[in-house]
Design a protein around this ligand. Structure first.
Ligand SMILES: NC(=O)c1ccc[n+]([C@@H]2O[C@H](COP(=O)([O-])OP(=O)(O)OC[C@H]3O[C@@H](n4cnc5c(N)ncnc54)[C@H](OP(=O)(O)O)[C@@H]3O)[C@@H](O)[C@H]2O)c1
Length: 235
């Protein structure tokens, strides 16, 4: 795997940043993407500098950004071997009360969480087919259960379906597809109302990603659900 190239969206914080550390330690060259590339500079220097880490500004709600990035990476670094479609956003919603974000603010979350991984997969797939590579998506335990009034959960149900549909289409290409479904994880993205609940460390999720991508090419780990011990029964 020596110089294999591992692309991570949402790499500047939380789960993406923790996965970047583990992937660098495993010997991958990294492409770290988020909207604000300046937030990636320190990680880039720490994880190997410009020969090993490419810090890219990329908004996953923009097809143009993703197509441009994947094209340049394959052209300049020769291949794309793993793509981790991880960038996501969440806002609190309610259908019966005025709590949470007003509907005018819902679209950005849906674009980021649904179009984001879909565009990422579409942009990366030609290169992944050529490398017989691996697509990993970040879903959520919220994409595996009912959360009253929660549109975020519905976007993550969409990611569960997206992963299955992409795998079905590329079954004869050699490309592997994994959806990692984390429970509550200790990042800046969790709502204050859940601050006292048991939480995963972001590296716990990163290890699930590295587990999936380090299997032999004949093994396609399609779904990994990882919850913190003690997470509530309907969570
Ligand atoms: N934390 C949890 O409890 C939890 C549980 C289950 C699943 N997840 C999922 O795990 C993933 C990562 O979450 P996290 O908790 O690590 O979040 P986080 O700490 O808030 O980090 C989010 C990352 O995504 C990037 N990002 C956000 N919108 C983007 C966009 N439009 N284009 C490109 N990058 C964008 C952010 O960078 P910029 O702002 O610079 O773009 C940042 O790097 C998400 O898909 C989330 O839904 C989280």
């Amino acid at each position: 795997m020596g110089d294999s190239v591992f692309v991570i969206t949402g790499a500047s914080r939380g789960i993406g940043a923790a996965t970047a550390e583990l992937a660098a330690a495993a010997g991958y060259r990294l492409v770290l993407a988020s909207r604000r590339a300046e937030d990636l500079v320190n990680a880039g220097m720490r994880l190997g500098g410009p020969d090993r880490v490419w810090a890219a500004s990329c908004d996953v709600t923009s097809w143009h950004d993703l197509a441009f990035l994947m094209g340049r990476v394959e052209e300049e670094w020769g291949s794309i071997d793993v793509v981790f479609a991880n960038a996501g956003a969440s806002v609190v919603t309610s259908f019966t009360s005025d709590e949470g974000a007003p509907p005018a603010e819902w679209a950005d979350m849906v674009l980021t969480n649904v179009c984001g991984p879909a565009y990422t997969a579409k942009a990366a797939m030609p290169a992944l087919v050529r490398s017989r590579g691996h697509l990993v998506l970040t879903g959520s335990a919220a994409g595996r259960g009912v959360r009253p009034g929660n549109l975020y959960s519905a976007t993550k149900w969409a990611v569960t379906g997206l992963a299955q549909n992409i795998r079905a289409e590329c079954a004869d290409t050699g490309v592997r597809v994994t959806v990692v479904q984390p429970g509550l994880t200790d990042t800046g993205a969790i709502p204050a109302s859940r601050a006292t609940e048991p939480k995963l460390d972001p590296a716990d999720v990163g290890r699930a990603v590295l587990y999936a991508v380090s299997q032999p090419p004949s093994v396609d780990v399609n779904e990994v659900v990882v919850r913190p011990t003690g997470q509530g029964p309907y969570r």
